[in-house]
Design a protein around this ligand. Structure first.
Ligand SMILES: Nc1nc2c(ncn2[C@@H]2O[C@H](COP(=O)(O)OP(=O)(O)O)[C@@H](O)[C@H]2O)c(=O)[nH]1
Ligand SMILES: [Mg+2]
Ligand SMILES: [Zn+2]
Length: 307
């Protein structure tokens, strides 16, 4: 029987069969784990093959189907291993805010680059429009134009005032969507809006700034009433730039990717090299300076050891 993983707590998995039935499942014996560099063999979103056991209410996972894609972060326990957060995604929504709290452009760019590296289309959704003044609206318009020019969809919503949400609901139909964003942007509020019966706790902005919020929570997938599903990742701040090499970073900036074939050196890193087509495009205003600065920051931050 083929089924999809909806929740994983480490040893138990909540799976949904193709017929739409939910089961509690365990991994059967030792599934081939060779060549695995991840701390978890199975993640939310995985498709698996299951066997029922005679007279048992639970079922056994006997095989994992190949993943179309996945998102991972570096394992906190072992830097050479990754923890797979979710798989088989059609798209990923970044919830961001321009006030209370403010999402930095660096954070947004890291998210976009992770999505590019994991081959997942990214959508940026700015929440809390109800508290934006002229200043925030000007920043929003600037960000919208900057990101739309390089191919990302950008939306403005207020979950509290239920503004702009129909467009987001339409994006979700028949897709598997990962929802992420740092604390306080309204992830829980968004999940509650989509699935009011879950009644997930939302937190006052003043509460989450404190320490002690690092509790491990598990990703979970929920089905939408009109088709499609949403994966919530409570406790996850950002996607990781796992196994990323300095040399490949520019590929994950769509606007740089487009220009870099014009660089004089084919191994150009677009930092100090002569004849760099990327830097020329920045000078001509064809690539936004702010995005180029994000690139330079990230490039310097990538550790060079190999896995
Ligand atoms: N003004 C305003 N506040 C919101 C909006 N959406 C969520 N919030 C508030 O922002 C705070 C953090 O929301 P929460 O959903 O817990 O964020 P999370 O940390 O991303 O899960 C809560 O106090 C919410 O009530 C919105 O659209 N407008
Ligand atoms: Mg929350
Ligand atoms: Zn270059």
């Amino acid at each position: 029987m083929r089924a999809r993983i909806y929740k994983s707590t480490g040893s138990w998995y909540s799976v949904k069969s193709e017929e739409g039935m939910f089961y509690q499942a365990r991994i059967k014996g030792v599934i081939k784990l060779d060549n695995r560099t991840s701390t978890n063999p199975i993640a939310v979103g995985d498709w698996v093959e299951c066997e029922t056991e005679m007279d048992q209410p639970t079922i056994m996972i006997s095989d994992i189907l190949d993943r179309d894609n996945y998102v991972a972060r570096r394992s906190p326990h072992n830097k050479r291993q990754q923890h797979i957060i979710a798989s088989n995604l059609d798209q990923s929504i970044l919830l961001a805010t321009l006030k209370s709290p403010k999402t930095s452009q660096g954070f947004i760019d890291r998210f976009l680059i992770s999505c590019e590296a994991f081959h997942i289309p990214a959508i940026i959704v700015f929440n809390k429009s109800d508290i934006y003044g002229d200043k925030e609206m000007a920043i929003y318009e600037m960000m919208k134009s900057m990101y739309e020019t390089i191919g990302y969809q950008v939306f403005l919503i207020s979950i509290e005032k239920e503004k702009g949400l129909d467009a987001i609901k339409n994006l979700l139909i028949d897709k598997t969507t990962l929802v992420s964003g740092h604390s306080g942007v309204g992830k829980s509020s968004f999940i509650n809006y989509l699935f009011p019966e879950l009644a997930i706790d939302t937190q006052e902005v003043s509460e989450w700034s404190g320490k002690g919020m690092h509790t491990t929570t598990f990703a979970q997938m929920y089905d939408l009433p009109n088709g499609g599903s949403v994966i919530d990742t409570p406790g996850m701040r950002e996607l990781g730039l796992v196994n990323l090499e300095k040399e490949e970073l520019a590929q994950y900036f769509p606007e740089m990717r487009e220009k870099m074939s014009g660089c004089q050196f084919n191994n150009c890193q677009h930092i100090n090299e002569p004849g760099c087509a990327v830097k020329a495009a920045v000078e001509k205003g064809l690539i936004t300076e702010a995005r180029f600065f994000s690139y330079v920051d990230l490039w310097h931050g990538i550790e060079t050891y190999k896995y």
